[in-house]
Ligand binder design. Structure first.
Ligand SMILES: C[S@@+](CC[C@H](N)C(=O)[O-])C[C@H]1O[C@@H](n2cnc3c(N)ncnc32)[C@H](O)[C@@H]1O
Length: 323
């Protein structure tokens, strides 16, 4: 693991790269450690791709957030496309991708196109704390188009909710460097609030980039809710039911469970109004939702457990609206 990390850092120096490589290695090691609990989510993610692949085909399949391919259903997708264009910010993945039995075009890039200019603006800013918060808010109010490429099929694979986290993780060390670690910790809520317009913009520009791709078929898979709960413990290697279930009418908790739910998408609700505003040339063909017990209480050293609600949305290009 250390050797892979050092080799990748040597080939791809730079602060943003370091963050994505570390996060990628963290993701792989959590997936191994919690495989008993993650299997269900990974199977549901792959099953959604099997369903989507029944009606999709073409020359190029683009996958945004391909990552270490934990959740890409290559056997279902490869017979339907001539090549994969795999996109991610983590350069370490090129080795994983080169092992696929299908032609791969690797694209290592920040799909938001925002991180470099936003970080540069923060680094070169010479004001006090309040002015800095204004700057952070203002950055998010100026739309920047995200990475987009024309393609036949397009999958956004569990990356949408990561975009806001990426912005927070890029920003925090810059603020600490300017204002000191203790000050930034004490004012955590202030800067997290200031990040919100940017986070919302990142979500909207991602949906607009899906629209700009003009892909015939799009599959968007993303977290929609984050849940933290207390009241039950789990052992790392022994599967047991999650303590909550989700239905159209809301959350149902087992006895003794307390929990809090947060939107994963900065209040952007993935419903027909949002889709007709940001993806006007697409109709929603079908959607599914399931739970990912990402950090069962007792397995990751916190006093609570974490669940994500994940959703898959399959869109089809709407010819008559495409004038
Ligand atoms: C939750 S992971 C999903 C990975 C993959 N689908 C899997 O499970 O194997 C999110 C992926 O998005 C990538 N990512 C996050 N922010 C990105 C950005 N701004 N541009 C490009 N890739 C990004 C990460 O490097 C990571 O591989």
């Amino acid at each position: 693991m250390l050797f892979r990390y050092l080799a990748a850092r040597w080939r791809h120096p730079g602060a943003p790269t370091k963050r994505y490589i570390q996060a990628g290695l963290g993701l792989e090691s959590r997936a191994r450690a919690l495989s008993v609990f993650w299997t269900d989510h990974l199977s549901r993610t792959r099953a959604a791709q099997t369903r989507w692949a029944q009606q999709s085909q073409g020359k190029v399949l683009t996958v945004l957030g391909a990552g270490p391919l934990l959740d890409l259903n290559t056997p279902a997708l490869a017979p339907k496309f001539q090549s994969f264009r795999l996109v991610d910010a983590n350069p370490l993945l090129i080795d994983d991708w080169s092992r696929l039995n299908i032609p791969v075009e690797p694209i290592i890039t920040d799909i938001t196109n925002c991180m470099a200019p936003w970080c540069e603006a923060v680094k070169s800013f010479r004001g006090g704390w309040e002015q800095m918060l204004n700057l952070i808010r203002d950055l998010g109010n100026v739309p920047i188009p995200a990475y987009s490429a024309t393609t036949h099929g397009l999958i956004s694979l569990n990356i949408l909710s990561q975009l806001e986290i990426g912005w927070q993780e890029a920003l925090e060390p810059l603020l600490r460097k300017k204002f000191g670690t203790r000050f930034v910790l004490q004012h955590e809520q202030d800067w997290l609030n200031a990040v919100r317009p940017g986070a919302r913009m990142l979500i909207e520009q991602h949906l607009e980039a899906l629209q700009a791709s003009r892909a015939r078929d799009i599959l968007l898979i993303c977290d929609v809710d984050y849940v933290e709960y207390k009241g039950r413990h789990y052992a790392r290697h022994q599967w047991a039911e999650p303590p909550l279930t989700w239905t159209q009418d809301g959350w149902l908790a087992a006895e003794g469970i307390t929990y809090e739910v947060d939107s994963a998408l900065e209040g952007v609700v993935l419903n027909t109004q949002t889709f007709s505003r940001l993806l006007p040339n697409y109709i929603l063909d079908w959607h599914e939702t399931w739970l990912w017990h990402i950090a069962p209480n007792g397995t990751e050293g916190t006093d609570h457990g974490k669940l994500h609600r994940v959703a898959a949305f399959a869109f089809r290009y709407f010819e008559s609206a495409a004038a």
